[in-house]
Design a protein around this ligand. Structure first.
Ligand code: DX5
Ligand code: ZN
Length: 217
């Protein structure tokens, strides 16, 4: 299981150091939640901030765009140093054009579905994607409860990916994940877990990450 700490729960006055701390603690990806106050009812940070903190790690930057018009900003996030860009199928931009734009920068593309969106919406795009993110909370805020009833969507996506012979596709879940429930995600076929509160509120982030990985057997 790969663990992607969500920097949404970090001390933003020390954003760079928090990234270094997660790097040392064993993070696989740095999950960066971009919110525009329109697609979701919260505002975080944008491409200029990501560009400033890029130098604090060599680990992949996994940029989760919770914005209404992702297509308009792909060039900016590419320039900021994103390695993976995921965007919501529920956003306003044309999905195919947005995937094409991300890939034109040699960046890995991912689609995200909110809790009320069925899994099959992503099926037509699976062969072009590096990752699919199944939200296990309503996007917008950290610290919410994990929705275990989203896991059948993970299984459905895995089944369709297998049917298409896409054995490298990563499936990610995001929201409410910690030591207490990561095994359920693992068993459903999840490859990457985002974890905000459970990593940042832990006394020792390295222990929290290790304990989560150890539960995946
Ligand atoms: C929610 C964000 C998540 C969030 C996860 O909209 O996409 O990445 O930070 O935080 P926790 O792990 O606290 O639910
Ligand atoms: Zn996220």
């Amino acid at each position: 299981m790969l663990i992607a700490p969500s920097l949404l729960s970090c001390d933003f006055s020390r954003f760079g150091e928090e990234i270094s701390r997660m790097d040392k603690a064993g993070a696989d990806f740095m999950h960066l939640d971009v919110m525009d106050g329109h697609f979701v009812p919260n505002i975080t940070f944008g491409a200029p901030v990501i560009k400033w903190v890029r130098k604090y790690t060599d680990k992949p930057f996994d940029v989760h765009l919770m914005i209404s018009d992702p297509l308009k900003y792909i060039d900016d996030f590419a320039d900021a140093g994103a390695d993976i860009i995921t965007f919501h199928v529920e956003a306003d931009s044309d999905i195919q054009a947005t995937i094409d734009k991300i890939k034109s920068h040699n960046i890995k593309a991912g689609l995200v579905i909110k809790p009320n969106t069925p899994a099959d919406v992503v099926f037509p795009y699976l062969d072009q994607l590096y990752m699919v993110l199944v939200m296990t909370v309503e996007p917008g805020f950290g610290g919410q409860s994990f929705m275990a009833d989203m896991l059948p969507k993970v299984q459905a996506i895995r089944k369709e990916a297998d049917r298409l012979g896409l054995c490298d596709l990563l499936i990610q879940v995001d929201g409410g994940i910690g030591e207490q429930n990561i095994n359920q995600a693992f068993k459903a076929g999840v490859d990457v877990c985002v974890a905000g509160t459970s990593v940042f509120k832990a006394e020792d982030a390295a222990v929290a990450i290790k304990n989560m990985k150890d539960k995946c057997i």
